[in-house]
Design a protein around this ligand. Structure first.
Ligand code: ADP
Ligand code: ZN
Ligand code: ZN
Length: 731
């Protein structure tokens, strides 16, 4: 027999099918195999098997061995990988990697053996305990615990009853140890929580709407706190009851202990978690639990859309508007597109949920491509919080240079004196956004990128937020030597410092990328805040999503318009979404909520609509602008980015690219809303000079394919070139 194999090497020269021979069974399409490759061996995935080969027998090498007993990919995921490779302009090997957990490739993760203890056969707990000394309470508790629970991890017993007690009980012959391979089950320590609720009639109507529509995709448009999560859980339950499987996708940030608890409570071990915060071993185990059908629900961030499930009944994408659903590095897949393909294959339902749907999705719902289900009210009809606008221009005129308006200060002080919690949001980590010399005006910049550096006071460093380069904080200007340095703009660190001055008694937590770099950092902060061990949570984007803190009655948005003035057609949409999401954190339980929104442009139409929660008004306005100006969803923005450490090379490659595309442009002028070539907004990144050919195209499938092919050819030597379709940001 012969197998067609994609070798796990993503170099474009290797991007073709290799044939190998094999004997016996156990190798089918989707199997991972070890094959001889050049002078070495390599891993690969079998994509087809056949009886004959066109190659001469002496030219064909044989497969060394299959790597697992079960094929890692199914027929469906194999096909999907082929689609992703084409759609995202990557090699088959690169596309296949999306379907395999890190740690599986190259056998990087060892199986984990866990030691177990149980009562020895024939040991009666009461009799055993009667032989113990009276003060041996820990041994007694241990024996009763094991009698009740059957068996337990030794590590757990040691921590709970003390290793001395465990040893003593073993020495007396009451308990015995076994070593057993067990799949790591992350978060199994999470106690099941979350009350089972009675669904409201609105929630039931939304569920029925999803089930009864003849459309595959439903947009669930529900305001923050309207109970969308319960709708998802019920839909998943129903799919499982029909013996089908489910995928639930959430933004990475929303994979909180709260959410995991709810899912554990509801589905126990049937749910598997795919999360970058897990160790490679845990990820591998969760992946196998899904692949072998022991777990029927895959929960995770965008990459969980590739979960190795079969017979899918429902796919849910929560916070569907979230930018994290579009991958920013190759393969640049769009999660919803992949989900649609999988749903179509299995005849499954796809639910896109949001309080602020993307303009694209809402348009599809109004045009009838998607079914629309709405949850227009919060559970128990709690009102959405009142939003007060603080005009920061006036604050400055009044001489207020602090990051807080008078209104926010007084609301904060009242909130704290009522013993309630507050959230302060701003989208800038670090201490100050820039460091400026007061003598010569020089701004400290990154040596490898064309961006200013952010001051991080905690470790006295200057950090480039684009490439991650870290420099020592300066004591004098690097241009003129002056020691007089000014901090420009506030970051989370500085806001915390200012809050401490204003409210010395308040307990403050900060959540941003710097405080959540460790595996559990993010959880620790959120659970401390949920347990009310802090009064104020200061944070970036991370705190905006999905969290449900009942005691929060005040939200302060410090820089509401920061994203408004980006030269990005989506900046209005982003601002609207962010404000709605952050505001939605306030007043979710019994007490009414309040939001103070600070801005330098209080008359801005987007802000006005956001504070009134007027999504439909915002949508009408936005979509008419997009239509008139030829922006998505009426066109696709296609960007070809050319970068090189050698500016000359970058320029000449850009020119070549431009000329190739110009030919296409001239033949298809009517499809173009824009065609042009320029420096990228971020002119230099990680020492590479960057240029772009920018296009806005209508019905441009073929043009995009041609551009992708041109890109692959220009991408060589010292030049790095890639294509992006409707990217999240155009830096
Ligand atoms: P959303 O995801 O729409 O923002 P959530 O699903 O977080 O909203 O629900 C908001 C709150 O309402 C949660 O505390 C949740 O437990 C509660 N909730 C949801 N559905 C019900 C219900 N049917 N009855 C009572 N409480 C509910
Ligand atoms: Zn200077
Ligand atoms: Zn940099």
């Amino acid at each position: 027999m012969f197998a067609e194999v994609i070798v796990d090497i993503t170099h474009s020269d290797v991007d073709r099918i290799f044939e190998y021979s094999f004997e016996g069974c156990g190798i089918v399409p989707g199997s991972r195999v070890l094959v001889p490759f050049g002078r070495y061996s390599a891993e690969g995935v079998v994509i087809a098997v056949k009886d004959t080969s066109e190659f001469a027998p002496d030219k064909i090498k044989s497969i060394i061995k299959p790597l697992e007993d079960i094929p890692a990919l199914t027929k469906e995921t194999l096909e999907l990988s082929e689609y992703v490779a084409k759609r995202c302009f990557v090699t088959r090997a690169a596309a296949l990697r999306l379907f395999l957990p890190v740690g599986m490739r190259k056998g990087r993760v060892k199986e984990k053996v866990i030691k177990y203890a149980a009562l020895k056969e024939g040991v009666n707990a009461d009799e055993a305990v009667s032989t113990l000394k009276k003060n041996a309470v820990r041994q007694r508790d241990l024996i009763y615990y094991l009698a009740e629970n059957g068996g337990e991890e030794t590590a757990y017993l040691n921590s709970e009853f003390g290793s001395a007690a465990v040893h003593a009980a073993a020495a007396k012959g009451f308990i015995e140890f076994t070593a057993e391979r067990r799949l790591r089950s992350p978060y199994s320590g999470l106690k099941a929580g979350g009350k089972k609720v009675e669904l409201t009639s609105k929630q039931l109507a939304a569920i029925e709407s999803v089930e009864n529509t003849d459309k595959m995709t439903t947009l669930l448009f529900g305001v923050t706190g309207s109970g969308k999560t319960e709708v998802y859980l019920e839909l998943i339950s129903r799919a499982i009851a029909e013996n089908k499987t489910a995928i639930m996708l959430v933004p990475e940030i929303s994979l909180t202990p709260q959410m995991l608890k709810q899912l554990r409570a509801r589905f126990g071990d049937q749910a598997a978690i795919m999360h970058s915060g897990l160790s490679a071993g845990e990820r591998l185990d969760e992946w196998w639990r899904i692949r072998t059908g022991r777990a029927k629900i895959a929960i995770g961030a965008r990459s969980a859309v590739f979960a190795p499930l079969e017979n899918i009944g429902i796919i849910i994408i929560d916070e569907e508007h979230d930018g994290s659903y579009v991958s920013e590095s190759a393969p640049r897949y769009v999660t919803a597109e992949v989900a649609k393909r999988r749903a179509a294959h299995y005849g499954a339902k796809l639910v896109l949920g949001s309080a602020t749907p993307s303009v694209e999705s809402y348009l599809k719902a109004t045009e009838g491509e998607y079914n629309l289900a709405e949850l227009p009210e919060r559970i128990n009809k709690k009102p959405l919080p009142d939003v007060e606008i603080a005009d920061m221009r006036q604050e400055i005129r009044r001489g207020n240079n602090s990051p807080f308006s008078a209104a926010l200060k007084s609301e904060l002080s009242e909130c704290l004196s009522r013993g309630e919690q507050a959230i302060i949001f701003l989208n800038q980590r670090g201490y100050s956004r820039t460091v400026i010399c007061t003598e010569c005006g020089h701004v400290q910049k990154c040596a490898s990128c064309d961006v200013s550096l952010t001051y991080h006071k905690e470790d006295e460093s200057l950090l480039c937020h684009y490439c991650g380069a870290k420099y020592k904080m300066i004591t004098a200007c690097t241009e003129c030597g002056s020691p007089f340095i000014r901090y420009g703009g506030f970051g989370t660190e500085r806001v915390v410092a200012e809050l401490k001055k204003l409210f010395p008694q308040a307990r403050i937590l900060r959540m941003d990328r710097d405080t959540t770099s460790t595996k559990e950092g993010h959880y620790k902060i959120l659970s401390m805040f949920a347990e009310r061990k802090a009064d104020i949570l200061v944070g970036t984007q991370m705190i905006a999503k999905g969290h449900d803190f009942p005691a929060v009655t005040l939200v302060g948005i410090l820089d509401a318009d920061m994203s408004l003035h980006f030269a990005d057609y989506r900046s209005g949409e982003r601002t609207f979404q962010l404000i709605t999401q952050v505001a939605g954190r306030s007043g979710r339980a019994d007490s009414a909520g309040k939001v103070v929104l600070q801005t330098y442009s209080p008359e801005n139409a987007v802000l006005r609509r956001a504070i009134n929660y007027d999504y439909k008004g915002f949508f009408e306005h936005e979509i008419s602008v997009r239509k008139a100006t030829g922006f998505p969803p009426y066109t696709d923005i296609v960007r070809v980015l050319v970068a090189s450490e050698d500016d000359e090379c970058a320029l000449s490659a850009t020119k070549e690219m431009y000329e190739r595309l110009n030919v296409i442009y001239k033949q298809n002028r009517e499809k173009f809303a824009f065609f042009g070539c320029m420096k990228a907004p971020l002119k230099k990144l990680q020492n590479k000079f960057r240029y772009q050919v920018l296009m806005r195209i209508k019905d441009g499938e073929e043009i995009i394919a041609a551009a992708g092919a041109a890109c692959a050819e220009v991408n060589r030597g010292k030049v790095f070139c890639y294509i992006e379709i409707n990217p999240n940001n155009l830096t």
